[in-house]
Design a protein around this ligand. Structure first.
Ligand SMILES: [Zn+2]
Length: 1096
């Protein structure tokens, strides 16, 4: 029953094993363990040749304590493994700066700095620009706070090293495409891009020649690849810029006369301005892109920015000073670089502590002993050895785990291992499951647990000889000895009541009150179910699903239906005593679809007619869930309830709710109550559901406040999903609803699940985030778990960790499959441990960090004022960056903002979280919307939070129509919009098509089949199907974006300057928001101030 249960003695391995067609690995189980030749394993019989060299198989699979590479060098055995991690910055800096220099005559003044020295200064950033400059920068940046005071600045003295932006302008392409479209030409960050041109071989792969020079902690800074370039004008071109691309130096202080200490060309000092958001292009010239000419983003609107080429010296008319947006770290650039550098080769999991490619990069995974990043992503892959170090850094140690993640077709599902009646082999003390890190000793007769060090006997049936390296000779024949992820068939000991489970059931529970009937929902749903029931989830090629189905309709009372196959017509039983819910029938309620098809079809035909004239507007809610749960209990099975609900349940019944929406509570200490359930009844109910393995998926169709915070309690605690379709109308919303419904009903689900995360000595799991229930401090209970849901786990130290042995995680999920089979899915992951903070900062994953921080904050609003939550996030982020600055970066001016390469996007992403609807709602955001989003984010994986908080903005007409690939994205800012172009914006939930007012008539005709911009219908949600290349391309792209997301994104066409544009602009997250959220530039300044305060 419990994951933690001790295993019975192990029987002979290799009993006849059921064939699992879906896993293409039937030969696996029947294989006698001891003498088996490697063959049955096929591709898994040892490391794949192609990847053998990095690292050698022995290394990758051996117990960490004996053979794993030392933490600090694990990634660098060869260039391949290490790329992206070390040294590239140094390697690339030189050349890239060279390129830039050549491209930007405008930045001539820098020419005076000898290029060669720059290139040759690898690790040490020393010669910085003139010291005074740095100091000035400090003062200046401090003066640029979000507070609105803007310091005067030197004009375009030029960035230290040409920022990507300047290159863009040089490329001469149109303003917007220039941002990234021209990227290959060297628009961007010096390093990776410059080399990207060189050819197929990304620079990073070419080995980190200088990695060795970075062994000291203090050199952490220099190791960072250069990227974003200096952010501020006025910075000297000296070493730092080249080797420490992440330095953001502030402009010269006001107190100094412009140009005084600058190495760059002096320019007229911009006047001081009080405007916080100076310089939007739009405000300057009233038009988008085209007006900007070749230098769309710099130039007059940004007087403070360096002038590049086209905007040389003439004193500017005193525009406000601001950071050059193109000089601060760009999410787009980071994403593009990672795609270019890491998208072409599989990610092989054999090496401990490897940071995987970003979630935005397409890559294949080869399991060689650690779980795929599709299953587990960590905030850092190199964790501090001591809790003191961890506290100093303040970097949360967390893993985002998606135990049942779907894999691309090219990757095999986890193998299923059957150890027969003995069940899986486990450590006697800590109950960890056999895994590749267990170390066999005494000739193979015993094994030492890699989690608790306990020495265990190897059962005779499992015995195998060891080779000269101490590895079992059958290691590659057994998934549990060679792979990061695999499954065990569970024995009856792992089952409720010591009884193998029955197949699960689905119960469809349909609101038939007035609103549901009037909107057309009931008719639409019943019609859809007739065909959808043929697609219930099934496993491994089974001919039909094992899942049984049942039907309930309700308003103030409940109607159960007997759909037994022997009936000519369905029978209805009404239960009006909702206070004491019971199930009026057992036989005939849950049925097999194919057996009862005729009766079911008849029922679904009749339901819309039966209630067509209903006047009933009141509904109940808790009794409906209670009924479904009782029905599963009576049938002794787990299952899922699909609830289709329209209104606040105000009818007299348990769980009755009142309208308590009150926007006046926003920004008060009572705001948290808006996120809390208004009654504890639903938590009690959820607990009962979890005990029964009853997962609840809720589809809401509200016309007004329905109290999502309360209604979503049961779905949240049972591992279910909530979907919300406000003001549902069949014409407008059916595609979205039906698409979500089909996906939700068809997806594979694990039922009645328990998840336990074990760790090696020194750290332990202390906190959990996600959609689940916990009745103790270690077991995550999930009535249901599907392939979209993640559980985020935070770890804390309870002892000192060892650099040599590293740290291990093992996630064990016990669940019942859709076919009713009880299984254990195991994921293992080995991490490095470090005694130098620089190693921590070099191996962080910012996307995962943001995922964790968002979940932490979104839970925090349940208990604390929203402002407190925001301040906590800002403080933590400042502490993280200040610790890096203090301990890892090379000495440099205090006025420079220096960001770790792996975290250079932390400020921009954190700002997006801070200004999200939950933490800083705009006037148009409803209380239900906030509760809904809060609930959604809790279960999101890293890819979902990434695009949710920083939406993807794609220009549509800049790339050739023939191009099959997705156009390169641009930054989410109004500045990036050209009024002559069309853009798609998506964040995983919303999808906009923005049309510029000056788009060519031909484009308008091709896409919308109307002759002018003015004739386009604002708010349109479907593009006409037209037979021309542009229309096909755009519609194809929309389909492709939708296919990437777990929920259907409804399209909204937005015209420039139209009312709807305000909605769209809400997603331009680099800009200041209407609700008061800071712009990226302002937030970066603010963050710098916070860091400086911590350091002083
Ligand atoms: Zn153990």
């Amino acid at each position: 029953m419990n994951v933690n249960q001790s295993a019975p003695p192990v029987p002979p391995f290799g009993q006849p094993q059921p064939v699992y067609p879906g896993y293409h690995q039937s030969s696996y189980g029947g294989q006698p363990g001891s003498t088996a030749p490697p063959t049955p394993y096929g591709a898994y019989n040892g490391p794949v040749p192609g990847y053998q060299q990095t690292p050698p198989p022995g290394v990758s699979r051996a117990p960490p304590s004996s053979e794993a590479p030392p933490a600090s060098t694990a990634q660098a055995p060869c260039g391949q493994a290490a790329y992206g991690q070390f040294g590239q910055g140094d390697v690339q800096n030189g050349p890239s700066s060279t390129v830039q220099m050549q491209r930007f005559p405008g930045s001539q003044p820098f020419g005076s700095v000898p290029l060669a020295p720059v290139v040759s200064q690898p690790a040490v950033l020393q010669p910085y620009g003139p010291p005074p400059t740095s100091a000035q920068v400090t003062a200046q940046l401090a003066g640029m706070q979000i507070s609105g005071a803007v310091a005067p600045t030197l004009p375009p003295v030029g960035l230290g090293y040409g920022p990507p932006t300047s290159l863009g302008s040089a490329s001469g392409s149109s303003p917007n495409s220039g941002l990234y479209g021209s990227y290959p030409q060297g628009q961007a960050p010096p390093l990776s891009q410059a080399q990207g041109h060189l050819g197929a071989q990304p620079p990073q792969r070419s080995a980190p020649p200088q990695a060795s020079s970075f062994t000291s902690p203090a050199s952490g800074g220099p190791r960072m690849p250069s990227m974003t370039g200096p952010l501020l004008p006025g910075q000297s071109f000296g070493g730092p810029s080249v080797s420490q691309p992440n330095h953001v130096s502030s402009p010269p202080p006001q107190t100094l006369p412009p140009g005084t200490q600058m190495t760059g060309p002096p320019g007229p000092p911009p006047p001081m301005h009080s405007s916080q958001q100076p310089g939007y292009q739009l405000q300057q010239n009233g038009s988008f892109g085209p007006a900007r000419g070749p230098q769309p983003n710099y130039g007059s609107p940004y007087p403070g920015a360096p002038t590049f080429g086209s905007q040389p010296g003439p004193p500017q008319p005193l525009p406000p000073k601001r950071l050059d947006p193109d000089a601060i770290p760009s999410p787009i650039q980071v994403i593009e670089d990672d795609r270019n550098n890491r998208g072409s080769e599989p990610f092989v999991t054999g090496v401990r502590g490897q940071v995987p490619p970003l979630v935005t990069t397409n890559f294949l995974v080869k399991d060689q002993g650690n779980a795929s990043p599709r299953y587990i992503r960590c905030t850092s892959y190199n964790i501090p050895c001591t809790s003191d170090m961890a506290k100093q850094a303040q970097v949360p140690l967390a893993a985002v785990i998606k135990p049942l993640a779907r894999l691309p077709p090219e990757e095999a599902s986890p193998y299923v291992v059957d150890h027969g009646e003995s069940g899986p082999l486990r450590c006697n003390r800590c109950k960890a499951y056999m895994c590749p890190f267990m170390q066999f000793v005494e000739g193979g007769r015993r094994f030492q647990c890699c989690f608790c060090s306990c020495i265990n006997d190897v059962p005779p049936q499992y015995f195998q000889h060891l080779d000269h390296t101490g590895k079992r000779v059958d290691a590659y024949d057994r998934p549990e000895l060679s792979l990061g992820s695999y499954e065990f068939l569970a024995t009856v000991d792992y089952c409720k009541n010591n009884k193998f489970p029955s197949p699960p059931a689905f119960i469809f529970m349909i609101d038939v009150s007035y609103n549901a009937i009037r909107s057309g929902l009931v008719r639409l749903l019943c019609e859809e179910l007739k065909s959808l029931l043929d697609f219930l989830p099934r496993e491994g090629g089974a001919e039909e699903s094992a899942i049984r189905v049942g039907f309930v309709t309700y308003n103030k009372v409940l109607h159960f239906y007997n759909v037994k196959s022997s009936l000519a017509q369905p029978q209805m039983m009404v239960v009006s005593d909702v206070a004491d819910m019971f199930v009026p029938l057992l036989d005939g309620f849950l049925v097999n679809v194919s057996e009862s098809r005729a009766v079911i079809t008849s029922l679904l035909d009749q339901i819309p007619e039966m209630f067509a004239d209903t006047r009933e507007t009141e509904t109940v809610f808790a009794p409906v869930i209670q009924a479904g749960m009782e029905a599963l209990k009576a049938a002794e099975c787990a299952g899922k309830l699909f609830l289709f609900h329209t209104s606040l349940p105000i009818a007299e019944a348990p769980g009755k709710l009142k309208n308590r929406d009150d926007r006046k509570l926003i920004n008060t200490d009572k705001e948290k109550t808006l996120f809390q359930p208004q009654t504890g009844a639903y938590q009690t109910l959820a607990k009962e559901c979890v005990a029964q393995g009853c997962c609840v998926d809720l589809f809401l169709f509200p016309n007004q406040y329905v109290d999502v915070a309360t209604l979503s309690v049961v779905p949240q605690l049972t591992g279910g999903s909530v979907y919300k379709y406000a003001c549902f109308q069949v014409e407008n919303d059916q595609e979205r609803f039906l698409s979500d419904l089909r996906r939700d009903v068809q997806k594979l689900v694990g039922f009645d699940a328990v998840m336990r995360v074990r760790t090696s000595t020194g750290i332990r799991a202390v906190d959990f985030f996600g959609a689940f229930y916990m009745s103790n401090t270690t077991d995550v209970e999930l009535a249901g778990l599907d392939g979209d849901k993640t559980v985020t786990v935070e770890f804390k130290h309870d002892d000192r960790l060892n650099e040599e042995s590293g740290a291990l995680l093992q996630c064990a999920l016990l669940y019942t499959s859709c076919a009713g089979q009880r299984r254990l899915r195991i994921h293992n992951l080995a991490l490095n441990c470090c005694t130098q903070l620089a190693d921590l900062y070099r191996n962080c994953e910012t996307d995962t960090l943001i995922n964790y921080m968002a979940k932490f904050a979104y839970r925090g609003v349940l208990n604390s004022p929203v402002k407190t939550v925001r301040d906590t996030l800002i403080t933590q982020c400042a502490q993280i960056l200040a610790c890096y600055r203090k301990n890892c970066a090379s000495p440099s001016s205090a006025g420079q903002l220096i960001l770790p390469e792996c975290m250079k996007l932390l400020p921009v992403y954190l700002n997006c979280v801070l200004k999200s609807d939950v933490l800083q709602p705009g006037a148009e955001v409803t209380t239900d919307d906030r509760a809904y989003v809060r609930q959604l984010v809790t279960s999101m994986d890293v890819a979902e939070t990434n695009v949710f908080f920083y939406p993807r903005l794609l220009p549509l007409t800049k790339s050739p129509i023939e191009s099959a690939t997705e156009p390169p994205a641009v930054r989410a800012s109004e500045e990036r919009l050209s009024n002559g172009d069309i853009y798609l914006l998506e964040n995983g939930l919303n999808l906009f098509l923005w049309v510029g007012a000056s788009v060519q008539q031909g484009v308008v005709q091709s896409l919308f089949s109307v002759s002018s911009f003015s004739q386009i219908t604002s708010g349109l949600s479907v593009l006409p199907v037209l037979d021309n290349p542009l229309s096909k391309k755009v519609r194809g792209l929309i389909d492709s974006l939708r296919a990437q997301r777990s929920r259907y994104m409804k399209l909204i066409v937005v015209k420039q300057e139209d009312k709807l544009e305000m909605l769209f602009k809400h997603f331009l997250v680099e800009d200041k928001s209407l609700s008061g959220g800071a712009s990226y530039v302002d937030f970066l300044c603010h963050m710098h101030k916070e860091i400086r305060q911590l350091l002083s």
